[in-house]
Design a binder for this molecule. Structure first.
Ligand code: ATP
Length: 420
């Protein structure tokens, strides 16, 4: 059953949202003053003048909200704040231990609220919301003060909770690339209206036409093959230096260990990922497990049941070989090579990633005045086994390059890009 709601708060926000039942991590973006916070406040029921009609499917509707400036109780410490939030918690609330671990704030438990930095207060506020067990969690730029690496870990934790429970997150952020990568569906708000709702690849063109993004990113679907060899040998070298007693075959040990278990996420780990039958090299930070929707749809089919251990293992292993992943490719980072004979393995370019593509469309910006062109590229599926549909890959290049390379519709090209 799909989730739907309609809001009308005159001169601030209006529109209708309908989401797939399997979508549990929803990104909301749009320009400053567009109405994103107003939308969350309507959902939370804070706006008395708003007409809000919601159908949350088969979900109960305990709603939590975390603001950019967290509202923590100043008279008790962090632990006290968390304990207060466990009062009236719903059945599926997670424990304080799990919440502080997932939100990277275990070390802050005894701290006074007034002594927390902005990012620390945001982590505590999210943990506090989670121990209350909301079915819907509204995050209004609630991770904006947290460093990028920690933020990605917390998002991964939230997506994990969305996948294994009935939690649905609505996340407002101005970091569009990050939201595109993480979200099952996007809501684009502009000038007080909900302009577009849906899959990332269906919403991106609206955002691009509306001027919200200068160059569209493509979110591709892939399957992890293994960790790239160079990463393995550098890990192996470290192991040789740090574990002097492991003198037998340390490199071999690491290879086996990493080939079967990729261990703790490491932003610099490079994975080999197969996209439409073609191999890419992708760092952890450009990659996210496509687990949320996969497992959530299973959870939906179990009705209100929690997934069993086998399903949880499937979630935890999705960055292992065979795991489905999503990766973001920015149009500004894609270059075009017309020498299609220069295959990846023989390429003399330092750019590791290349995909065989067909030019589907060439669009000039600003009536030819900007000197830039947007190419829409269809990735050629070299996998005979399946017809896995990929969204279009985009490239922004100069008009000079278009004429120099004599680019035209339906031409075969190699799209090269960095993903490190
Ligand atoms: N309490 C209020 N009363 C009247 N108008 C308001 C109120 N709060 C916000 N507005 C107006 O509603 C519009 C949308 O504001 P909102 O805070 O929802 O935008 P936003 O998209 O969240 O912006 P930002 O990205 O800058 O946080 C703005 O024009 C704002 O001035």
């Amino acid at each position: 059953m799909s989730v739907a709601f309609e809001v009308l708060l005159p001169s601030r926000i209006e529109g209708r949202v309908e989401l797939r039942a399997s979508s549990s991590f929803i990104g909301i973006t749009g320009p400053s003053g567009a109405g994103k916070s107003s939308l969350l406040r309507c959902i939370a029921g804070f706006e008395k003048g708003a007409l809000t009609q919601a159908n949350w499917g088969n979900m109960s509707t305990k709603i939590g909200i975390v603001f950019q400036q967290p509202l923590l109780f100043p008279h008790v410490n962090v632990e006290g704040n968390l304990q207060l939030a466990t009062r009236h918690a719903s059945e599926h609330a997670i424990s304080i231990n799990e919440a502080v671990k997932g939100c990277h704030c275990e070390h802050l438990l005894s701290k006074q609220i007034a002594t927390l930095s902005g990012g620390e207060a945001q982590r505590v506020a999210i943990a506090r919301a989670l121990v209350n067990g909301p079915h819907i969690l509204l995050l209004d730029e609630s991770l904006s003060a947290i460093d990028a690496v920690t933020r990605r870990h917390i998002y991964a934790f939230l997506r994990h909770l969305c996948a294994v429970s009935q939690l649905t997150c609505f996340v407002v952020s101005h970091d569009i690339d990050e939201l595109l990568l993480l979200s099952d569906e996007m809501i684009y708000v502009c000038a007080g209206k909900i302009k577009a709702v849906g899959n990332v690849d269906s919403v991106v063109p609206n955002m691009y036409q509306g001027g919200a993004i200068h160059t569209p990113s493509a979110i591709l679907n892939g399957v992890v093959e293994c960790i790239a060899e160079a990463t393995l040998s550098s890990h192996a070298e470290e192991s040789t230096h740090t574990n002097a007693e492991k003198t037998t075959h340390p490199e071999q040990e690491m290879l086996i260990e990493h080939a079967t278990d990729f261990g703790e996420p490491d932003q610099n780990t490079v994975y080999q990922v197969i996209v439409s039958g073609q191999r890419l090299y992708v760092s952890q930070k450009s990659l996210i497990a496509a687990r949320s929707s996969i497992v959530r749809s299973k959870v939906a089919s179990f009705s209100e049941c929690e997934p069993n251990q086998a399903d949880k293992n499937e979630i935890d292993n999705s960055l292992s070989a065979g795991g489905q992943v999503r990766l973001a490719v920015k149009a500004s980072e894609v270059s075009i090579d017309t020498n299609t004979a220069a295959m990846t393995e023989n390429s003399t370019s330092s750019i590791l990633n290349s995909l065989n593509c067909v030019i589907e469309d060439i669009t000039h910006f600003d009536n030819h005045k900007s000197g830039r062109v947007l190419l829409n590229l269809r990735i050629i599926n070299q996998n005979d086994m399946s017809e896995d549909e990929q969204p279009a890959l985009h490239a922004v290049i100069s008009t000079l390059s278009v004429s120099r390379l004599q680019l035209a519709k339906n031409m075969l090209v190699i799209a090269r890009f960095k993903l490190l």
